[in-house]
Design a protein around this ligand. Sequence first.
Ligand SMILES: *Cc1c(COP(=O)(O)O)cnc(C)c1O
Length: 398
Amino acid sequence: MRVYSTLGDAKMKGLDPPTLAQALANGLTLSHSTMPRPILATVHTDALRHNLVRMRAAAGDARIWAIVKANAYGHGIERAFEGLRSADGFAVLDLGEAQRLRSLDWRGPILLIEGIFEARDLELCSRLGLWHVVHCQEQINMLAAHKTQLPHRVFLKMNSGMNRLGFTPERFRAAWTRLNALPQVDDISLMTHFSDADGPIGVDAQLQAFEAVTHDLPGERSLSNSAAMLRHAGALAERSDWVRPGIGVYGSAADFPQHSAADWGLRPTMTLSARLIGVQQLAAGDSVGYGSIFRAEHAMRIGMVACGYADGYPRHCDTGTPVLVSGVRTQLLGRVSMDMITVDLTPVPDARIGSDVTLWGNAVNGAVLSIDEVAHAAGTVSYELMCAVSARVPFAVE
Ligand SMILES: *Cc1c(COP(=O)(O)O)cnc(C)c1O
């Protein structure tokens, strides 16, 4: 007898629902969701592939780091891998993520985008063949003290104005010279990160700061995130050997609401879906949920959805946040609870317990609810929603 930790796991292993039902009848156990609650996150392999092609079209001749930090923006590295394997490399945050990619038999480049955190990380970098960012003097010190067999390939990061990580333009060349003299280092690429590629400030000032200091240094360049690739392709094309798209690959517009994902030709890579588990009839004046913050102006039908903030649905969403019921657009009512939200069933008179609900992504009838719209309603960005789908939500890959 096989034991799967979640329904999502079982699905990932290729059990379709009828087979799964059969397997359950024959004694397969789901270790913590024997009667699964009707909520599911689905990763869309074809959409990942499509978006990567789309981002490649914006990359000129540059190679692509698919950014898979934060567990592939919440999709799961293992679940997203198939859709992303045509990337030229993967950029990760920590050694655990790098190790998982090697376990998937990825032999190509992997970049640690914040570099090492302590000296002993360098051993694993050598063993796993990782390239790593160098953004501070301490990391150079660790490299200088490292007894290495295979010299390291590093990406030296300039702080060109974002003021998070990196050497300031004044200190950049000294850092390069010191790195270049180390026997532990065999190749130095140059990198920076834009703070405003998605907005009105743009990339020009940072680009100038970068160019002024690096124009005569050898090495490959890596500058652009998704927003820079899509919005500033012209200014950056000549200057990029590697681009670093994250959110675009995951089907979301970095500059929403100025542009939508559809405007950029991107498709949702994650659907969060659930079902109605309750229906109520309200009379005029009745209120809904904690704090009674929604009050019906007239008689209406409402539905309870098996999804709440403990699943990662943002609690800051309020009345008016779009939701699809049976693929029909309607709205959230009142406060988001831990395990439930309430939706207006007025536009969906046929809805009943068991009806499909799309919190974001694709509905069964082909309708799409952009995660950007939901994030916007919650006063946040799609990145946060993707990353926040909680551990109790089963995942499927299709
Ligand atoms: C996260 C990250 C990216 C990707 O940014 P998106 O906005 O998701 O495209 C690129 N570069 C660095 C250094 C990052 O940390």
